[in-house]
Design a protein around this ligand. Structure first.
Ligand SMILES: Cc1cc2nc3c(=O)[nH]c(=O)nc-3n(C[C@H](O)[C@H](O)[C@H](O)COP(=O)(O)OP(=O)(O)OC[C@H]3O[C@@H](n4cnc5c(N)ncnc54)[C@H](O)[C@@H]3O)c2cc1C
Length: 520
């Protein structure tokens, strides 16, 4: 049977983790608090799935039209999703939840859905922050969420080639636990690791925190097995190939509009022996960008390479409480006027190579305790988001990537657009992933929630920021397109690009049942 993802999915965890008093005091003074949400109960509209379709699906696998199961798959985890679950805006609720238990059952479910003209939303961990799992029905009378949690096995491991085949519904921790038994790791740890799935990583071209060492998720994929309405499709056979364009890259990032990924064959690596994480401080954003660029262009990035701007560093220090006072004093003594925190972590790459390249830059070493503290809190963001929402704060993130020559321009332009739209928000930024030619920028925004129109408040802010990033960089470095970035896709890939994607969709999903309203 279906298992519910969480009772309402309005929170990341059911345990309330309140903000410490010093953090709350800082927040009140700098951001201002809004009003906590009043308790609302969100209900599911009646299911419109026909009895015939339900019976046909039931003949294939577990299917549920229970309200709780349906509400559990009504959207992802963007700020707007969370607002909907707190009574602001209408959540799109699927008419049923199907949970196939094998790749063959997924193929059968799609056949039934074609026959009964029912829309299908592939649902992994439901951590999309761009509307990717909104249960939109398009022109169809009914929509089902296809929950892949029943596909949760390690299919095979080839220790000689270091290749493992993982089913799509495995969450990050589940996949790592299974691989650990064979001495391997995938090394893919995004901040949503605890809930997101292998299929979701592939469908969104996810990037983990250690992407500089292990690569982005698409770099790890050897092949994908996909169920489409016209049959099964396996793309990718060898470590490298010149057999025409790489079709697996069409599936990676396809966000469930071409098919349901059921299995992913991935490159794995031996588990790291003695990983090491350290903190550093540089004086000012530009110095930090120059440092990370040097590491990237010298080919000596640490596996985890992360540079916070002065605002993000300031907030991190405020959140650290009393310990921060000592650190500030030390940094003043070292004549650092605009501290920007750098976290470097080595799991599979050489530390000495990074360190020798660092020697040409002015950096203050904070040592392993700062690295340990980052490691300890690496998944805290979503929990703190619960606490911030409870305090009446609008908190959301956005991300992009740009060439090195434009990285600082993008940061300034996004900040300016958000400040112009939101008044006096806190806008924090960090480089989260670095490449030879450029880097990604990840922004976190805090502002008191507009009590009258919280949906419009963030909708407008997101639109102005998207205008900026679409003119200077990519509309998304790793969050994917979903519903939220779709209006800007053509600007990025051009009308020919959009028509190529539409043509592929027409070929593999001729009646358009798969994930309506997403990507294209
Ligand atoms: C707190 C938080 C932190 C995050 N941090 C990161 C981060 O560090 N790096 C990062 O890359 N992303 C991050 N994300 C975004 C999100 O976690 C990723 O997009 C993730 O890859 C989605 O995986 P999922 O299993 O939750 O997919 P879902 O949210 O369930 O689905 C995402 C999209 O993929 C489709 N899909 C899902 N499974 C399949 C399948 N088997 N076959 C076909 N299509 C499918 C869905 O229809 C949807 O369009 C974060 C999100 C949150 C909420």
């Amino acid at each position: 049977m279906c298992h519910t993802v969480a009772v309402t999915r309005a929170r990341w965890t059911t345990e309330t983790v309140p903000l410490p008093p010093h953090a709350l005091a800082w927040l009140t003074q700098r951001v201002g608090l809004g009003e906590p949400f009043s308790e609302v109960s969100v209900s599911a509209p009646p299911s419109t799935l026909s009895a015939d379709a339900f019976t046909a699906l039931e003949a294939v696998c577990a299917v549920s039209a229970d309200d709780e199961d349906r509400l559990g798959r009504a959207g992802g985890l963007s700020y707007l999703d969370l607002l909907r679950r707190r009574g602001h805006g209408e959540p799109a609720v699927p008419d049923a939840v199907v949970t196939p238990g094998s790749p063959d059952e997924v193929v059968e479910v799609l056949k039934v859905c074609v026959e009964h003209d029912v829309a299908v939303v592939p649902f992994g961990g439901g951590t999309s922050v761009v509307g990717g799992v909104e249960a939109l029905r398009g022109s169809k009378a009914a929509v089902v969420a296809l929950d892949v949690s029943g596909l949760a096995s390690l299919v095979s491991v080839d220790p000689v080639s270091r290749v493992a085949v993982l089913q799509a519904g495995l969450t990050g921790p589940e996949a790592e636990k299974l691989l650990e038994e064979h001495g391997f790791t995938l090394g893919h740890v995004p901040q949503s690791f605890e809930r997101a799935t292998i299929g979701g990583f592939a469908a969104t071209r996810s990037a983990g925190q250690a992407s500089s060492g292990y690569g982005r998720f698409e770099d790890m994929v050897e092949s994908v097995r996909v169920a489409t309405p016209v049959g099964e499709w396996v793309a990718g056979t060898a470590p490298a190939s010149a057999a025409g364009p790489d079709l697996k890259q069409l599936v990676l990032g396809s966000e469930g509009v071409f098919g349901v990924i059921t299995e992913v064959s991935v490159r794995v690596r031996p588990r790291p022996y003695g990983p090491r994480y350290e903190g550093f401080v540089v004086d000012g954003w530009e110095a930090g960008v120059a440092l990370v660029r040097t590491l990237a262009q010298d080919g000596v990035l640490a596996d985890i390479t992360r540079l916070s701007d002065a605002d993000e560093t300031e907030v991190a220090l405020e959140m650290a409480g009393e310990k921060a006072a000592l650190l500030r004093k030390y940094l003043r003594f070292r004549r650092v006027s605009q501290p920007c925190l750098v976290i470097l972590g080595w799991e599979c790459r050489s530390r000495s190579a990074t360190m020798s390249s660092l020697s040409g830059h002015k950096v203050v070493r904070l040592g392993r305790s700062m690295g340990a503290s980052w490691l300890h809190g690496r998944f805290n963001g979503p929990r703190q988001r619960d606490a911030l929402l409870d305090a009446g704060v609008c908190v959301e993130t956005l991300e992009t990537a740009a060439h090195w020559s434009r990285v600082s321009e993008v940061r300034s332009a996004v900040r300016a657009a958000l400040v112009a739209e939101l008044g006096n928000p806190v806008v924090m930024c960090h480089v989260s992933h670095a490449y030879e030619t450029g880097a990604s920028l990840y922004f976190t925004v805090l502002v008191p929630r507009d009590l009258e129109d919280p949906v419009g408040q963030w909708g407008r802010a997101k639109a102005v920021a998207s205008e900026v990033v679409s003119s200077l960089g990519t509309i998304t470095h790793h969050h994917a397109v979903g519903v939220d970035h779709a209006p800007w896709l053509e600007r990025e890939i051009g009308s020919v690009g959009v028509s190529v994607l539409r043509a592929v969709k027409q070929r593999v999903d001729p009646t358009g049942i798969l994930n309506p309203g997403k990507l294209i």
